[in-house]
Write a protein that binds this ligand. Structure first.
Ligand SMILES: [Zn+2]
Length: 414
């Protein structure tokens, strides 16, 4: 019934757009802040503006790319967002991004997002990022991302849910479908199982703003406290078709492939985040096959993932041409390829439990570890004890989150 209404409202909106002219935008990303009931809905709502498949040609893609100081200012905005502690409303983006991007509060979070759109699609499509607005709400130095919205279905909602439930440091979501511009990436040239890598695929093109944002997050984390293996990592959520690597429900990789030295990296007795996550996911999902490249012939090993390469010690200028090696690999990068069932909302909670068990909590001053949830709660007797914002509320997100629900209400309340 709800879907029928959504369809009716959408049809009316398309007709109105046609009548009023293409410059009339009566639903904008800012509407999402008014209609979303939690961070999961907000992420799903912002994702409806993602630049879709086949949208760009050379001219429109170039127009959507950062110009002048914008690329550096985009990274500055990421830094500003990560540094917010308390008053999100005071944070702002540099002048070159005025009218395009903004930083705004949402419940107990702070959000960097694109404000500009045209007929329901982002004008630029550089993505959005969410952090807890108070640093003490963060329990672990884990940075979660979804690089392939629309293409890897369900990963945006899943990433948002796991980010929330694990009290991780940040959530980054790309703003363009990987096939939004079907021109081959000049960074990573050779094809994959699915064919060429496109220019709008941020996992395989260092010119995409998602890559710049990832680099800024990594630099910030290392400036702040480094990235110790026991408590810190960068987790990318991906989705594969049921028939691709069919025997693996989840295929994890750190960006190293199947060579013998890589195999030893995965099987030696050095403790690594990706090995712990495999163990904990197997515990969460006992009937599933959760593999590393040392267990499975699955070729989705992410050896060409440009951010993964950088995390594994390849300098930014060389990420297109040099692969990571087992000698340099830090293990900070976790690439999760998942069958559709693993991205199902019914498994968000078990996924979050596995992530919580993989990364030790690092609680801020005045906060202590809750032994059961492994999240940070105000210390008894501390000033924060009666501060309801010290850690955001403990209940999970609404389970049957529907994109249509949010889209429908964003139309009604615009
Ligand atoms: Zn992917």
């Amino acid at each position: 019934m709800l879907e029928l209404w959504a369809h009716v409202v959408q049809t009316i909106s398309v007709v109105l757009t046609f009548v009023l002219g293409h410059d009339s935008d009566f639903r904008t990303p800012s509407t999402c802040f008014k209609v979303s009931r939690d961070i999961g809905y907000l992420a799903a709502c912002l994702d409806t503006f993602t630049v879709p498949r086949g949208y760009y040609n050379t001219i429109t893609y170039d127009m959507a790319q950062p110009i002048g100081t914008q690329r550096e200012d985009w990274k500055t905005s990421i830094n500003t967002l990560l540094s917010v502690d308390g008053n999100c409303s005071l944070a702002s983006v540099p002048v070159s991004l005025h009218g395009l991007y903004d930083i705004a509060p949402f419940q107990d979070f702070c959000v960097l997002f694109e404000t500009s759109s045209r007929c329901g699609t982002y004008l630029k499509g550089w993505g959005f990022m969410i952090v807890p607005s108070r640093r003490r709400a963060v329990a672990r130095d884990v940075h979660i991302s979804a690089p392939h919205p629309h293409f890897d279905g369900g990963t945006v909602e899943q990433a948002a849910s796991v980010f929330y439930s694990t009290r991780s440091s940040s959530l980054l979501v790309a703003g363009r479908a990987r096939n939004a511009f079907m021109s081959p990436s000049s960074c990573i040239k050779s094809g994959s199982m699915t064919g060429a890598y496109y220019r709008t695929d941020p996992a395989h093109n260092n010119e995409e703003p998602f890559f710049d944002a990832s680099i800024a997050i990594h630099e910030w984390q290392h400036r702040r406290s480094g990235c110790p293996s026991r408590s810190c990592g960068f987790l990318q959520f991906h989705g594969k078709g049921t028939l691709t690597c069919a025997s693996d429900h989840v295929f994890l990789s750190t960006g190293l492939g199947n060579s013998s030295s890589s195999q030893s990296w995965y099987t030696d007795n050095v403790d690594r985040p990706v090995k712990r996550l495999q163990r904990n996911l197997r515990h969460s999902f006992p009937s599933w096959t959760v593999s590393l490249p040392s267990d499975s012939q699955c070729p989705l090993t992410a050896t060409k993932n440009v951010f993964g390469r950088h995390l594994n010690g390849i300098g930014v200028p060389h990420v297109c041409s040099k692969a990571a090696t087992s000698r340099l690999a830090t293990g900070e990068f976790i690439h999760a390829e998942q069958a559709p069932i693993s991205r199902n909302p019914s498994h968000y909670e078990a996924w979050s439990k596995a992530v919580v068990d993989t990364f030790e909590a690092t609680c801020s001053e005045g906060m202590v570890l809750d032994a059961e949830t492994k999240l940070c709660i105000p210390h008894v007797g501390s000033d924060l004890e009666n501060d309801q914002h010290a850690g955001y509320t403990m209940q999970g997100l609404h389970p049957d989150r529907s994109r249509w629900y949010t889209v429908l209400f964003s139309f009604l309340l615009m």
